[in-house]
Design a binder for this molecule. Sequence first.
Ligand code: XCC
Ligand code: SF4
Length: 672
Amino acid sequence: MADEIKAKAPKLADPVGASIDTATQIMIKRAQELGIETVFDRAEQMKPCAIGIQGICCKNCAMGPCRLPLPKGGIQGEDTRKGLCGATANTISARNFARMVAAGAAAHSDHGRCVAEVFMSAARKESDAYKIKDIPKLLAVAKALDVDTTVEVDGKSQDRDVDEIALEVGKIALNEWGKAEGELVYLKRAPQPLYEKWTKAGVKPRNIDREIVEIMHRTHMGVDQDYKNIVKQCTRASLADGWGGSMLATDLQDILFGTPYPLQSEANLGIMKADHVNIIVHGHEPVLSEMIVAVSQKPEILEYAKTKGAKGIQLGGICCTANEILQRHGVPPAGTFLQQELAIITGACDAMVVDIQCIMQNLANVAKCFHTKLITTHPIAKMEQENVIHIEFDEHHALEDAERIVKMAVDNFQNRGTEVMIPQQKATQIAGFGVESIQYHLGGTFRGTYYTLNDNIINGRIRGVAGVVGCNNARTRHNEAHLAVVKELIKNDVLVLTTGCNGIACAMEGLLTPESAGVYCGPGLKEVCETVGIPPVLHLGSCVDNSRILLAATEVVKAGGLGKDISDLPAAGSAPEWMSEKAISIGHYFVSSGVYTVFGVTLPTSGAPVFHNYLSNEMEMLYGGKWDIEPDPIKHAQLMIAHIDKKRKELGIDKARERQLMSMEDRQKLEA
Ligand code: XCC
Ligand code: SF4
């Protein structure tokens, strides 16, 4: 009997059922032929825990785990479910949710801290690899951080020395993680009414680290046992992420590496080249990958690659490291989160270089089946498998580290087996948008504000704006919901801002091109995209760059005509295929900044309906935003559109859109 069970082959994923992307389907099949297991197969073999998925399993002390599943028919009468200590389902679910916010905010913010440290060494001129590259951005950030950009000399105002400004910016920025007094400086960048809502609710973050620590304390056994009070701390910590750690990461990266500007690139596994050395960078921090980009373009390295029989070096990315170097250098993403194993299974990946976050440990097992060198680079992110190489990156010898890595990849080119198989699929994309470039493309005649964008929202050509972001999740068909949600939105004249893996998914589908407007958009959005020459989906970058969406929304408020706060805007947020704790932190700071935010897949709140109701209804009274969950992508998009229409009505601009969409003939009749 036991032998019989052993002999049964594990269930494998159906490639077409697992992904809507052809390249991914081909590679899942390829992996199965080679007998290599991927995340898609494991999703078939292991079902998610039916209790954990409801968010009501508590293991915060050794008297548990205490599990409080919702009874099949729901709660009839009083909810008497309790853990050993008496913790209710609301408390348990809120505590678990809060710990996800803490982990997500920590991930983004610790990334930001690393960038701030590199920034300091650049400002101190300790490294020749990193320099203050974008001076206009430095001056803008200095202003936001209350750093003087001019000095008085003999009663006259003069420009202050750039190095001096950079040093002070670096110091003030780093201080945001642990200052003893006050509140986060960037909170003041939000629209005034939002800032006042935060003040009134008592949720202004004091410093970034403290709010995360406080979540861990409050959710320790026997501390905070009021879900509303726990959510309050979720708000503080998530704001410390969105308007703190993430925003600082974005700003300091822009100063060091350049503010993104629209550029052309490609996306999907087909960017890899059989006759080139392929290096895939994966993770989230651009500090090392920037150096790899620089090194891999050096003539002497390219010459070296030729001596090894390669035609050149092809860089590609996975996840948000991909997005970072895409935005600034046009390096093409090889795929989203769920395609990381597949990039190695091509047999053509000579090195995969990983930093932090979203890196599957199974990469090491997959790499074992090929010649691929899997290189970890961050002191806080190592792997236990013995085939993984650790080259610890240090900003003080950044170029040397990058050179060592690139050389290792080049040397490895000759070790490839015969089993190379790169799917041909790839799509063209225009990426590299940001607050500044939207201002340029959709600005007024004098290119200063968001006037044209606002004008087109008011006149109804653009119905509203949606931020669609986030991960893939192996519990749902790869990229299906991402693309269905985005297509439904643009079909209904909603302009989409994208980041993270949604951005890569849209790129793979060809949605990030101006031409896609003619294919997928409603008439209003199509007209705007064609006139201005932009795609209907604007790629704003990585996960930390969701902060760009907050600032873009603030610019829209400032440009006028669409209310006084972010919550007044005809706008909504979405993460159709989320999986990471960072997504929960992002969702919560969107909601706490006034955005109606819909998640796909599932939310770990379903086992605590009262707590869920607090997030999805009552929170709106505090900040104007609220959570929602809808796994069906079309309904998901329709919920967002309904919210956008509600806001248009409240602003009194619903009629303008009706007129806009009428034919000229009907309009003339109306006017006559
Ligand atoms: Fe990771 Fe940022 Fe999610 Fe993609 S989207 S799976 S977090 S890489 Ni931000
Ligand atoms: Fe159970 Fe309470 Fe301990 Fe959680 S904290 S495991 S609910 S006894």
